[in-house]
Ligand binder design. Structure first.
Ligand SMILES: C[S@@+](CC[C@H](N)C(=O)[O-])C[C@H]1O[C@@H](n2cnc3c(N)ncnc32)[C@H](O)[C@@H]1O
Length: 311
């Protein structure tokens, strides 16, 4: 099992290692194990340690578990197929008090590149977009069931697409006579809704609509809100709970709405004196990383360190 089999390059890897400062024997929770890129680098640094990997995607979790177990054979490595919004409950059940918590949000490149998962419009596939393939509701269901105004709001709020109303109108008109079931079909409708404006657009016109649908299908912003609330409760509490007294917590986000949530939570905790921010400004990828891995262009890393309570 090697990095090249994984189909995903971890973003800001050096910066994550620097800000989380993994030490031998640490307890580490990777809330978004993905293909185990960050996790295996951290695991190698803490081995022998205790590692808990979480992911909503069962295939990714399996891959990450095998990769991390191989690189850290003396560590205890467990995996739980779950939404990270339940991180506190899972960590308590596993009897873990984490020194390091990492969340690298969104999707991995192998998920994006797999046409059957329906995240991308470059190849045709079912309009699916579920991170957890055992969950019930897909993007096609959402496009079928939502009111036109709700589709417009979703594309506007989550995708920040100025032509959201035109796209929603096109979708609503089309679905009265044919179901919208594939990525290529939806991408074509978005392009038609853009009309001649598509020529002025730097991005493919469907980019924002697809991102918005993915966020909605997987309830990504509320999952992040719940995750951050759990972190905040844990660091505000006295003593060690599921987060240890010397914990470092890092979140990598790719969307301004996600980064805003992380920034506000970490700023509030820093104002209360329960954490210290490792950097005031988010850490972003340098030109060479962006050239090597264009996905890193929008990545923002924010890290906090828990401060010991004065008693
Ligand atoms: C960007 S990838 C992580 C890549 C990983 N850091 C690596 O280096 O391989 C994000 C992963 O988080 C998972 N994910 C996204 N939202 C999640 C959530 N709410 N709960 C658990 N896993 C989630 C996705 O399924 C995906 O595998």
């Amino acid at each position: 099992m090697s990095a090249s089999d994984s189909g995903h390059l971890p973003v800001l890897l050096e910066e994550v290692l620097e800000s989380l400062a993994p030490r031998r024997g640490d307890v580490f929770i990777d809330a978004t194990a993905g293909r185990g890129g960050h996790a295996s680098a951290i695991a190698a640094a803490i081995n022998p340690g205790r590692i808990l990997l979480l992911d909503r995607d069962a295939d990714n979790l399996r891959f990450a578990l095998a990769r991390v177990r191989e690189i850290a054979p003396e560590s205890q490595v467990d995996g739980v197929h779950c939404d990270f919004r339940t991180v506190a409950e899972i960590a308590r059940k596993q009897g873990v008090s984490a020194d390091i918590v990492l969340a690298d949000l969104g999707i991995s490149s192998n998920q994006l590149d797999d046409a059957h998962r329906g995240f991308a419009f470059q190849q045709d596939g079912p309009l699916d977009m579920r991170l957890d393939q055992s969950s019930a509701y897909s993007a096609a269901d959402l496009i079928r069931d939502l009111r036109e105004s709700d589709i417009a709001d979703l594309i506007y709020n989550f995708g920040e697409d100025p032509f959201a109303r035109l796209i929603a109108r096109k979708v609503a008109q089309t679905r009265t006579h044919e179901p919208i079931l594939t990525t290529a079909h939806l991408a074509r409708l978005v392009r038609e809704a853009y009309g001649s404006r598509a020529r002025a657009s730097r991005l493919h016109p469907a980019t924002r609509t697809f991102m918005a649908l993915r966020i909605a299908v997987n309830d990504e912003l509320r999952a992040l809100e719940d995750f951050l609330r759990s972190i905040a409760q844990a660091v505000r509490s006295t003593g060690d709970g599921w987060i240890s007294s010397r914990a470092r917590v890092a979140v990598i986000s790719f969307h301004s709405l996600e980064d805003r949530q992380v920034k506000r939570t970490f700023a509030a905790l820093a104002d209360e004196g329960v954490v210290e921010r490792v950097n005031r400004k988010p850490v972003v990828a340098g030109d060479s990383e962006v050239a090597r891995n264009p996905r890193s262009r929008s990545a923002k890393l924010r890290t906090v360190v828990r401060l010991a309570r004065k008693s």
